[in-house]
Design a binder for this molecule. Structure first.
Ligand SMILES: Nc1ncnc2c1ncn2[C@@H]1O[C@H](COP(=O)(O)OP(=O)(O)OP(=O)(O)O)[C@@H](O)[C@H]1O
Ligand SMILES: [Mg+2]
Length: 294
């Protein structure tokens, strides 16, 4: 799969802060690419440079191997992290208004069907719930029939059902071979939707690959997690694969029996112990040292 978009050695400085600090990666055509990272990591700054709406301090953005130019804007759909919708007009009027900006907009009934907007077409934009608003914003992003859609935290604040509906919608857009670039703080979402993930912090990419390849690379075996109050630290300190956190300990092991015996021998209270297969949330914490925003 060739890259539809590449960024090469991109930096963005705000005064002394390097919000994006020498970032390079490619987005394979037809894939869903996820940019993950804690608050302030540089995701929005990076995605805005990829969208061509913010210019980098250094480096370049290539669309199909060519530097992006004015024609690029007609090929992308953008859902911003926060956007104002026109007030005092309805959903239908807003869709019509945005469609009128393009030579060949996606047919209205298709947009309405894809984004499940039929029930709220007559509603004033000011009266939309959070989930309805997100669906509406995605509708606006796909009206131009983009080759590439950018979604900055599209599901933040949605209830679990609305998030699931949104995932279905993304799957349908992807099935049309539209490339999707998204940022998210939800690791289940990234695992489910993304073919490739970049984990970023402090303006740099910490690692990048498919979710499964990343997990395979960074974890072996299972994770034992145990609430921890600070006791027996001497006895614990010799345990291989042990990581101390503020209020818990974590043990990565390929020999579960042995590790459990070692914990028992260290006389730690095993109440609350859990064992699980490492997931993207564990990886996120391992790489960034940050717990996720819930
Ligand atoms: N216009 C600006 N002027 C100055 N600093 C900025 C500007 N935009 C972003 N920053 C800073 O750049 C850093 C990266 O911000 P960015 O919005 O890219 O983070 P993010 O990863 O999208 O975070 P979040 O998860 O909270 O959305 C932050 O420290 C932020 O304060
Ligand atoms: Mg952001």
């Amino acid at each position: 799969m060739s890259d539809i978009l590449r960024i090469e050695n991109v930096t963005k400085r705000f005064g002394r802060l390097a919000a994006v600090d020498g970032v390079s990666f490619g987005v394979p055509e037809g894939s869903c690419f996820g940019l993950l990272g804690p608050n302030g990591a540089g995701k929005t700054t990076t995605i805005e440079i990829m969208e061509g709406i913010s210019s980098p301090t250094g480096g370049r953005v290539l669309f199909r191997d060519e530097p992006i130019d004015r024609r690029f804007k007609a090929k992308v759909g953008i859902q911003f992290q926060s956007t104002a919708l026109p007030e005092f007009i309805t959903v239908k009027e807003t869709l019509e208004l945005f469609s009128s900006f393009y030579d060949r907009p996606r047919p209205m009934d298709e947009v309405v069907e894809l984004c499940s907007l039929a029930d709220i077409l007559g509603r004033d934009n000011r009266k939309l719930s959070g989930g309805q608003r997100q669906r509406m914003l995605l509708a606006l992003a796909i009206i131009p029939m983009p080759e590439l859609v950018f979604l900055d935290e599209p599901t933040t604040g949605l209830d679990p059902q609305s998030r699931r509906n949104f995932w279905d919608l993304i799957a349908r857009i992807k099935a049309e071979r539209t490339t999707v670039v998204l940022t998210t703080h939800y690791m289940d979402e990234a695992q489910l939707l993304c073919d490739r993930i970049a984990i970023m912090d402090r303006g740099r990419i910490l690692d990048i690959d498919s979710p499964d390849a990343l997990l395979e690379k960074h974890f072996k075996g299972v994770l034992i997690r145990l609430p921890y109050d600070g006791c027996c630290s001497d006895a614990l300190s010799g345990l291989e694969g042990l990581v101390m956190r503020d209020d818990s300990i974590e043990l990565q092991t390929e020999a579960l029996d042995r590790s459990l015996k070692e914990l028992l021998a260290a006389k730690v209270d095993l109440t609350g112990l859990s064992i699980h297969k490492p997931n993207l949330e564990d990886l996120f914490i391992k790489l960034t040292g940050n717990a996720l925003r819930s």
